[in-house]
Design a binder for this molecule. Sequence first.
Ligand code: PNS
Length: 171
Amino acid sequence: MKQIKAIYPGSFDPLTNGHLDLIERGSKIFHELVVAILRNSEKEPLFDVAERREMLIAATRRWPNVKIDTFSGLLVDYVVDQKANAVLRGIRAISDYEYELQMALMNRKLNASVETIFMMPAEAYSYLSSRLVKEVFRLGGSVRQLVPPEVEERLYNKFRAATSAAGDGRL
Ligand code: PNS
């Protein structure tokens, strides 16, 4: 059977246990899985790309066939540069489907040889997103079961830095 190298692209701002669940599932199916952080996002990130990369490296060390990289520009161009065969994306709920379908079909239009493969994270993570993790943390909620320990620690460090800079405890 053909050995498949897949790219799992995303913002990962920050990495959540839902992302990790998908990475673990992907690592079991693909010969090689490259988690690729988008560098040129228009969004204002909480963590810069170097920080997100460090957190991903620490959290995925246990899977030898998982690599961490960054990319900018078109995803399909990066997939070709990497000599990869597929893009991995997670679908948590029906609400993800429309956006994911749009992206997958746009990528197919741009390069018909790039296949998108969807996997579902564990049900326990179906409500989890980086955006909500940031919101819960900012408002003082616990994110202990939502993100890996290295991410939780970095969130605390950011919070502490913001507290001493702004004096109001907000990020
Ligand atoms: O974690 P996200 O923010 O849902 O990831 C979105 C991502 C990085 C997969 C998407 O924005 C992307 O692939 N961007 C690269 C630019 C691109 O190729 N755009 C055209 C295809 S939709």
